[in-house]
Design a protein around this ligand. Structure first.
Ligand SMILES: *Cc1c(COP(=O)(O)O)cnc(C)c1O
Length: 458
């Protein structure tokens, strides 16, 4: 075991890259989780990706289970998507004018999601979530929004709100720089808790514009809605004349071609899409009921715009991705690959004697380092973050790249094969043992390194 763990070439180079990055970019990154703060250590700087593999700037290669946090159903640089984006780029990168390609993408989206009668394209999921809320508020003339603890809807001011512990509370900001008045427009309730939703409505009678929910949350790790939960939200929203917004930025086109709403047979008033719909380029969408979407400019008074909205290169990549999903129908195979990999992880955890609860749906999964079930944010937070960190680094040094945080979904792509999964399962045998061992039985090389780091940080 120790022999396999000889020092990876490029450790020094890696440190230099991060040091240089931090002099130019805040924290060295353009999105916080990339900095590896949650698991410790130096972030990976990626140079290229191909299929299920990543190549780092320091020469290491990895099997990738993070996959840019979800967009890459077909792995990196799938030929048809690259060709479509290239061809679009050759025709001009942006026009700031209407194009038929945008219409065709919107038609594909409408086909997949019949609840989306009218669609608007944006450049990021955050932007689409923010705009969907604005539309809901404009349509209902109400200000409050109910969200669920642990669900993520981008870094929208009013949605960066922490859960009140267990009880339903009016939100307090989760991020510096969010005015209290904005946070106070958000009511946070626990996921899977219909009585809490009822109570929130009772206390805020006639003031709730919308309920926003990830129908299968993936941003506290993968959590499954209890039987009847989503149907219950639909029933309550209708009764209270509020709107139901499904944030399917992760689940849309991932759990099936029509997203979680198709699987569960629940029709939201508005839907938010992102990640997959742009085929790995910056593109997202929101849309829904015609009467609701008609409040959005230029049809209606709710302003929302974007210089690069419906960007031709992103639209081409998105359309190519949706076409591939139709023609290759990768869902069953991806689910099989996921099941195979998760079974390998489970066995490794059992052999290592480390408590592990794997929750998964379709091609997404989260290994929670805990005993018991995860049904909401409070139970998710019981996971052992330090154990995840040891597992993460155990995998990383053996060539497997995972989401660098416990409370996230990992993914398999259609480009993965059993060969890569076997490599990763082989790595997991060691990584789970290390996760179980904790600090007590580190290998000498690791101990030396972490001591050095400790001294430096003082
Ligand atoms: C990623 C994500 C977002 C935010 O999308 P960005 O493109 O990162 O702004 C919103 N909602 C959910 C459910 C997401 O997973």
């Amino acid at each position: 075991m120790a022999r396999k763990l000889t020092k990876v070439p490029g450790t020094k180079l890696r440190k230099n890259l991060f040091a240089r990055a931090r002099k130019a970019l805040v924290g060295g990154v353009n999105s916080p989780v990339r900095a590896f703060k949650s698991v410790g250590g130096d972030p990976v700087f990626v140079e290229a990706g191909s299929g299920p593999f990543l190549r780092a700037a320091d020469g290491r290669t990895f099997v990738d289970f993070c996959l840019s946090w979800g967009p890459l159903m077909f792995g990196h640089a799938r030929r048809e998507i690259v060709e479509a984006a290239k061809a679009a780029l050759e025709r001009g990168s942006t026009f700031g004018a209407a194009t038929m390609a945008e219409v065709e993408l919107a038609e594909r989206i409408k086909d997949a999601f019949p609840s989306m009668e009218l669609v608007r394209l944006t450049s990021s999921g955050t932007e689409a979530d923010m705009s969907a809320l604005r539309a809901a508020r404009a349509f209902t003339g109400r200000d409050l929004v109910i969200k669920f603890a642990g669900c993520y809807h981008g870094h929208v001011d009013s949605l960066l709100v922490a859960a009140g512990s267990g009880a339903t509370t009016l939100g307090v900001p989760d991020s510096a720089g969010v005015p209290k008045a904005f946070a106070a427009t958000t009511v946070v309730v626990p996921f899977n808790d219909l009585p809490a939703v009822e109570a929130a409505f009772k206390r805020n009678k006639g003031r709730v514009a919308a309920i926003i929910v990830e129908p299968i949350p993936a941003n506290m790790g993968v959590v499954f809605p209890k039987d009847g939960f989503l149907q219950g939200l639909r029933r309550i929203a209708t009764r209270e004349k509020s709107l139901l917004i499904f944030d399917e930025v992760i689940t849309g086109f991932r759990v099936c071609y029509g997203g979680a709403q198709t699987l569960f047979g629940v029709k939201p008033d508005l839907t938010v899409l992102g990640k997959i719909v742009g085929g790995g380029l910056p593109l997202a969408a929101y849309g829904g009921r015609k009467d609701v979407m008609s409040v959005v400019a230029p049809e209606g008074p709710a302003y929302q715009a974007g210089t690069l909205s419906g960007n031709p290169v992103a639209v081409a990549a998105g359309a190519a991705t949706l076409d591939l999903l139709r023609t290759e129908d990768p869902y069953a195979r991806m689910e099989d690959l996921k099941a195979y990999f998760c079974e390998g992880l489970r066995r490794a955890a059992v052999a290592a004697g480390v408590p592990l609860r794997i929750q998964s749906f379709g091609s997404m999964f989260t290994p929670f380092f805990l005993d018991g079930e995860v049904t909401d944010y409070a139970s998710a937070l019981k996971a052992d973050k330090a154990a995840y960190g040891r597992y993460f680094h155990g995998m990383l040094k053996r060539g497997v790249y995972l989401p660098p945080a416990q409370w996230e979904a990992a993914f398999v792509s259609y480009a993965h094969t059993h060969r890569e999964l076997d490599v990763a399962i082989g790595a997991a045998a060691f990584a789970m043992a290390e996760a179980a061992e904790g600090q007590s039985r580190r290998l000498p090389i690791t101990r030396k390194r972490s001591k050095k780091r400790l001294m430096k940080s003082r």
